[in-house]
Write a protein that binds this ligand. Structure first.
Ligand code: ADQ
Length: 490
């Protein structure tokens, strides 16, 4: 029972996520151009040879007309992608509303934005209804493409209702659900008006996965406290004795892809340019999506504190902060952008000279090669997330640092703190004095200590890859899905 066979035949896998891993641009009435975005999940699954994955998700564009929908469906099929078409109203209520305005802040312990707390409370029911409706639309597309024996892997907080929609239609379907964000303490989850419905819907899955043991534990206690169900060492048992397995599956990266990139001539050239440009100075790096959870203002304030207290370093260190704007139409995010700009401007005014500024802040995304070069040349990486499911930037940095052996300063509130904690300098990002002193420690660290710390992290990052993560999760959905249930029923 439950043994994992050595050799498995190619397993069909339906990966369902809110967004497809492609961006679609309309070129004409019936023509589209597509670009695959090589995110973590895509490269993870490309590396797993035993699965034949198809993707189901929203293409990120509104396509109201049938001609356009047909053409896009056809173009996507070549990339093994299947679209779910969502109209503007649904996107507004389900995606901007329930997902990003309610679940995202709540799961990161941020609460609702002050000024629209009441408005959100009022629109809660309609947004939740849209959320359920959207999840059912994803389920309909899965059902159309499902073949017996397929594993269906649902991703993230956008699709918490999906396992229930799928199982209601076909109770034999093998369904796994994985959450990429933290799952908060049950005391936080308890405040959600739809707390019970969401938990029950997730429990319909055969396997429920989180990045860390803590998130899994929070989920199980939410189920015991809110639903009154029994938590077992394996998961959660419902009133009829059906077990949903719950476990931690820490994600990783495709570390080889980063290591190989460092040998690409274009990257080597970038590295050389950057080394020349910052010669004589230590370089610290921040790479984040510009999001409240990433603690960017806190990071910059800690850097200011460090400069304030360490005049010696003022001309000898520079912070490069690369922040990709996301959700730019949301006022809360616009406010964050101007707040960051304002702090950076103030600090550069305070500590800059005619020729040098201490902070270089870029509001944009970098291409893969430029990103790898930056990871490779910098002396310290600063990850100060206020909460973060895992944080892959810290993994990517470590993968690119095998020559330089730079120091990783990492928030204790990122999931990655549990796996890279031994090698990184862990900090509480809310305590800028503590972060400032970690910066000092990182910049002054002896070669031996840097090497020893890097080695621990590098080993972890290269041994716990994204491919392994995907393989372990999917194999468990496949092999134990009905086994566990049968064992309970006997
Ligand atoms: P994210 O919040 O997006 O992911 P993270 O895990 O750090 O956070 O991944 C970000 C990705 O975007 C990285 O691959 C990084 O290289 C890329 N990126 C970030 N800034 C960039 C820039 N300026 N230019 C180019 N690329 C940039 C969510 C959760 C995380 C969880 C992941 C995976 O919030 O906690 O680790 O999913 O589960």
């Amino acid at each position: 029972e439950g043994a994992v066979p050595e050799e498995l035949p190619t397993q069909r896998l339906l990966v369902v996520a809110n967004r497809l891993p492609v961006s679609a641009v309309r070129r004409g009435e019936d023509s589209w151009s597509l670009e695959i975005s090589a995110g973590g999940l895509v490269s993870a699954l490309l590396g797993v040879k035993e699965f034949e994955a198809r993707w189901i998700g929203w293409a990120g564009v509104n396509v109201p007309d049938e001609v356009g929908q047909k053409a896009l469906t056809k173009a996507l099929a070549e990339k093994r992608c299947i679209p779910v078409f969502l109209d503007e109203e649904i996107v507004h209520q389900y995606y901007n509303g329930y997902c990003n305005n309610i679940l995202w802040p709540l799961f990161h312990y941020l609460g609702l934005p002050q000024e629209d707390r009441l408005a959100t409370t009022r629109s809660f029911q309609s947004q939740f209804a849209a959320y359920k409706k959207a999840n059912q639309m994803f389920a309909d597309v899965v059902n159309q493409h499902y073949e017996e024996g397929d594993v269906v892997w649902c991703h993230d907080y956008h699709l918490m209702f999906l396992p229930e929609c799928l199982k209601r239609h076909n109770s034999n379907m093998k369904v796994g659900w994985f959450l990429h964000t933290p799952f908060p303490s049950s005391e936080i989850h308890r405040t959600l008006p739809s707390r019970s419905e969401l938990l029950r819907a997730v429990l319909a899955a055969d396997l429920v996965g989180f990045h860390t043991y803590d998130y899994a534990r929070h989920f199980v206690s939410a189920c015991t406290r809110i639903l009154g169900l029994e938590g077992t060492p394996e998961g959660v048992e419902d009133d009829q004795g059906r077990l949903t397995r719950v476990a931690a599956f820490p994600i990783g990266i495709d570390s080889e892809r980063f290591i190989r990139a460092l040998e690409v001539p274009q990257v080597e050239e970038h590295i050389k340019e950057l080394t020349d440009r910052f010669a004589g100075r230590k370089v610290m790096l921040g790479v984040d999506r510009l999001d409240m959870i990433k603690g960017i203002p806190q990071k910059i304030l800690a850097f200011e504190k460090f400069l304030e207290e360490n005049p010696y370093w003022r001309d000898r260190v520079v912070l490069l902060q690369i922040a990709v704007p996301t959700r730019t139409d949301v006022p809360e995010y616009q406010k964050l952008t101007s707040q960051v700009h304002e702090i950076v401007g103030r600090i550069n005014g305070r500590f800059g000279t005619l020729t040098r500024v201490p902070i270089h802040h870029l509001d944009r995304s970098l291409d893969f090669h430029a990103l790898c070069a930056l990871y490779a040349v910098t002396d310290v990486a600063l990850v100060t997330s206020l909460r973060d499911g895992m944080n892959l930037v810290s993994y990517e940095y470590v993968a690119c640092q095998d020559t330089k052996k730079g120091v990783l300063i990492l928030s204790e509130f990122a999931g990655a703190a549990q796996s890279l904690g031994a090698g990184a300098l862990l900090v509480n990002p809310w305590n800028i004095t503590e972060v400032a002193s970690a910066i000092g420690k990182a910049l002054n660290m002896s070669d031996e200590e840097r090497e020893m710390r890097h080695q621990l992290n590098f080993l972890h990052v290269t041994e716990h890859t994204a491919q392994q993560w995907a393989e372990t999760f999917v194999r468990l959905v496949m092999t134990n899905a009905s086994g566990a249930v049968a064992a309970i029923q006997v």
